[in-house]
Design a binder for this molecule. Structure first.
Ligand code: MN
Length: 207
């Protein structure tokens, strides 16, 4: 956990430097308060999943780019799930009981990352819009999940999936008594050799 926080501290500083953004400008772009950004950069506060998403979306970088790079051996990327866990705030509020971690980090040649997201029983998380054109494809692998896009909720069981334009408000919640887990392929348009995303259309897939 310590390594991860330190990596995020360095990434946040590097992103601000690259953009030439002050804490004020960064707060404006990400929706994360200047005070919280300062605490993260000083290593005084561990950001929640929701905060990390706001930072990634504000800088228009993939979520997984905030983490240490995926190990690559002989051209094959190995998942490093057990090493990189981010936990939602313990004190209640948005994204409490939520964890998200990259199974496969973003690869610019492929244009997507694969995350695994877990919600504790009863947990919910509202997500601000991601960068323009970002599309999520999620598949439930454990428990039950409810997803809202533009305020309309749908319930998904294990093996069911949903693709939606994630550059608008959306939310996840776990209505069950046990944990809910889903895999989330997040596609970012505009990478080299990557066709523009078809944003604006939802499609669901059953088992
Ligand atoms: Mn999202």
């Amino acid at each position: 956990m310590q390594d991860i926080s330190q990596h995020i501290v360095e990434r946040l500083r590097a992103l601000r430097r690259a953009e030439g953004w002050s804490l004020d400008r960064t707060a404006q772009a990400t929706g994360v308060s200047k005070a919280m950004l300062g605490q993260i950069e000083r290593g005084e506060s561990s950001p929640t999943v929701a905060t990390l998403w706001k930072i990634a979306s504000g800088f228009r970088v993939p979520f997984s780019s905030l983490f240490e790079p995926t190990l690559v051996e002989g051209g094959e990327a190995a998942t490093v799930a057990s090493r990189q866990v981010v936990t939602g705030g313990a004190g209640g509020g948005d994204a409490a009981g939520m964890t998200a971690l990259p199974l496969f980090a973003f690869d610019p040649a492929l244009g997507f990352e694969l995350l695994v997201v877990t919600l504790a029983a009863g947990a919910s998380s509202a997500s601000a819009p991601h960068a323009p054109g970002v599309v999520e494809h999620l598949v439930v692998v454990e428990g039950e999940l409810e997803v809202a896009v533009d305020g309309a909720w749908r319930r998904l069981a294990v093996g069911e999936g949903l693709r939606f334009a994630a550059d608008r408000p959306h939310a996840y919640r776990n209505p069950g008594a046990g944990a809910a887990r889903f895999h989330d392929v997040v596609h970012y348009p505009g990478g080299p050799g990557v066709a523009p995303a078809r944003a604006g259309e939802d499609s669901a897939s059953g088992r």
